[in-house]
Ligand binder design. Sequence first.
Ligand code: ARG
Length: 455
Amino acid sequence: MKLWSGRFQADLDNLAERFNDSLPFDAVMYAQDIRGSIAHATMLGECGVIAERDAQTITSALESVRSDIADGKLAVADAEDIHSFVENELVRRIGDVGKKLHTARSRNDQVATDLRLYLRDGIDKTTELLSTLITLLAAKAEQYIDAPMPAYTHMQKAQPTTLGHWFCAYANMFLRDLRRLSDCRSRLNVLPLGSGAAVATAFPIDRRRVAELLGFDGITENSLDGVSDRDFCLEYLSCAAIIMTHLSRVNEEFVYYSGEEFGFIKLPDEFSTGSSIMPQKKNPDVNELLRGKSGRVLGDLVGMFTVMKGLPLAYNKDMQEDKERVFDADETVRISLAVFTRMLAVTEFDRDRMNAAAAGGFSCATECADYLANKGVPFRTAHEIVGKIVLYCVNNNKTLQSLTVDEYKTFSPLFDADIKIAVMPETAISRRTVIGGCEKTELLRQISVLREAIK
Ligand code: ARG
């Protein structure tokens, strides 16, 4: 039965009905919808808007509807949306008393409440996953704290660093994600119920009591805004899109580091796939999909912005389009975080390959310039001299490590025997003791900051 059939003489066209219905995708909110209704009915009883006895009949029937759905005894079907479904079922079970539930409420403030509850639950689950991932990244950083690898700028070999430093970089990204979500949660956690359809209800209800029952930190201040605000969806989707962007970036590194040319990463069999034609292939499909899914979640965000941008106050049916965007992003973020974390846990990194790569490509040229600068040569001049040394090496097929001290001296008399030590990757790494650097003690500090942050 429709919740609004009274004023109509003809049934909704069946194609229009299918087009209008949101039950196929909002059924997943049944637990949040029932939770909201139980709080609403409890408050109505306490305030004397409906009889206490009726409120109790309603809440216990709602509880049985909830457990029947959860146990698979009650199929969620044949209704316009989850709100109609639950109410119809309630009336089917307890008759006219059930029809009192919707006193002082509209589906407009109801759906806004349900979605906030749903996202709040989603944020809590995603936060768990992020903190598991950060914990793993910190452990990996510790495991590879002194494993040299090249750092790149413009995808060109830049300077030596360590794999531990690299892991900490990603851990910091995901820590910001975790904090962004917690920020989003605090703004989202206010109750819109009581806003009614648009201009609030005239019944003497206690909105703060409902907020308290549902674990909201406060209530919305303005009913027109309360029913039409979907900023929390935009914020959540932004957080989700940023998480996916981070996953996309790290997985991009997995993709090329696992290629033969780099050989830094050995793809675990459990997380890679073969080719139907090329027998030798082991493809980073999982990593590529993680990269690709970022496009999907960004699409959810852009879709949501596009739905909202022209909407006048207050509720408009366009907003029903919020749920698929939000649910899709919510689910995608969680499966992506979970699968990446599992893959990372069993991925092996080739220390030797990374170490060899760390020294190549004149990655220690900056060390050479720093060496001269430390002896009083202005850095710009030192840079110029080392540029010439690199050119000499390129032309004569030599490296900064293979040049003799005498060869160095032809470029500047300030070079001594210790230049040979200065241009070793290990030396370069050990000199980065400044906060943010890749030296071991400093990295241990970064790791402990990460661990402290997610306690
Ligand atoms: N299914 C609707 C939605 O998701 C619920 C609110 C319906 N309100 C209305 N005035 N038609 O937005």
